[in-house]
Design a protein around this ligand. Structure first.
Ligand SMILES: Nc1nc2c(ncn2[C@@H]2O[C@H](COP(=O)(O)OP(=O)(O)O)[C@@H](O)[C@H]2O)c(=O)[nH]1
Ligand SMILES: [Mg+2]
Ligand SMILES: [Zn+2]
Length: 300
């Protein structure tokens, strides 16, 4: 064993710049800073650390099982690492962007992370059109979970608990979809956990713009990670020729195109276009594919 591997492990529960708040195997939390100019650490990372005064120093980051991130032409933004699944939370109001939903799902697929969709606020009439917009996602095999976190919390909790227990779940979704309501419903002492983290990072204002790790249970077996909303979800890290394979409804038709390098745009003998024609691929889903493909094939 190298000396570095002999250092104790801790999990990153919040990160801000070069400061991180970590939790040791014994459940003790302490502030750490990164040694040197290392690559980013993100919530969910497992790190090797050692004491330095009343704080700690992170010496290395363990290899990640996965990392969810978005990337535009200028920069990469990591959400969290070592996830079991993401929960995309949407609602009828505010009306959600299907393009953002699709992009988050593609990023998850590309990172090898399972996804669930939560449709919140089903007590509102606006849930009906939202449910219809989610139909292609249910048809491609994703779990679409309808609930009302505020209007019927008991039913929402009963539906969500078996899916969240014992797992690490990143919650993503536009502002106003109910992420804070979800955290407060599922996490005991959520406010206390936030208070502790913001005191530790010495900057209360950062916690609303930061990604935070919460334990779901006293046994610390399940966790949910809250993340701030995002405006744009770049997929620059996806190879154009891979895109269709990351969309399950398109992927179902791959393999039979006349050209082996078909991009499913205007090529003759394209089975994806044929499936679109027959209504087996939703028009909106194909539009999203074409739009992302254009973006990925444009020079930066
Ligand atoms: N009608 C209705 N409103 C809800 C429900 N769940 C949350 N909301 C409301 O939606 C708004 C946004 O919720 P919030 O949790 O702050 O969303 P966030 O921005 O994603 O964190 C708040 O006013 C909530 O009270 C629900 O089940 N039904
Ligand atoms: Mg919120
Ligand atoms: Zn094709």
């Amino acid at each position: 064993m190298s000396p570095r591997q002999a250092l104790p492990l801790a999990r990153v529960v919040a990160a801000h710049g070069r400061h991180a708040y970590v939790e040791t195997a014994e459940g003790q939390r302490l502030q750490c800073h990164l040694r040197g100019r290392k690559a980013d650490i993100v919530v969910g990372d497992r790190v090797r650390w050692q004491p330095a005064g009343d704080e700690g120093v992170i010496e290395s980051v363990e290899p990640r099982r996965n990392l969810l991130f978005r990337q535009d032409a200028w920069r990469t933004k990591s959400f969290a690492a070592n996830l079991d699944q993401i929960l995309m939370l949407v609602a009828g109001e505010p009306v959600f962007s299907e393009s953002q939903l699709a992009r988050a799902l593609i990023a998850a697929e590309s990172a090898g992370i399972e996804a669930l969709i939560g449709l919140n606020k089903i007590d509102k009439p606006s849930a009906e059109p939202a449910r219809e917009r989610l139909q292609p996602y249910a048809a491609m095999g994703l779990k679409v979970l309808p609930f009302a976190l505020k209007a019927d919390p008991a039913a929402a909790r009963a539906l969500l608990w078996p899916l969240l227990r014992g797992r690490t779940t990143l919650v993503l979704g536009p502002s106003g979809s109910g992420k804070s309501t979800l955290i407060n419903l599922m996490v005991p002492q959520a406010q206390a956990q936030v208070g502790e983290i913001s005191r530790a990072l010495n900057s209360g204002r950062h916690t609303t713009t930061s990604t935070l790790w919460y334990w779901l249970d006293a046994q610390r077996e399940g966790a949910i990670i809250d993340s701030p909303g995002f405006q744009a979800f770049g997929l620059r890290h996806v190879a154009p020729a891979q895109l269709a394979a990351l969309m399950p409804d398109l992927r179902a038709h791959l393999g039979g195109c006349r050209f082996h390098n078909c991009m499913h745009r205007h090529e003759p003998g394209c089975v994806v276009l044929a499936a679109l024609e027959r209504g087996e691929i939703a028009a909106q889903r194909y539009r999203i594919y074409a739009q992302i493909l254009d973006e990925l094939t444009q020079p930066a």
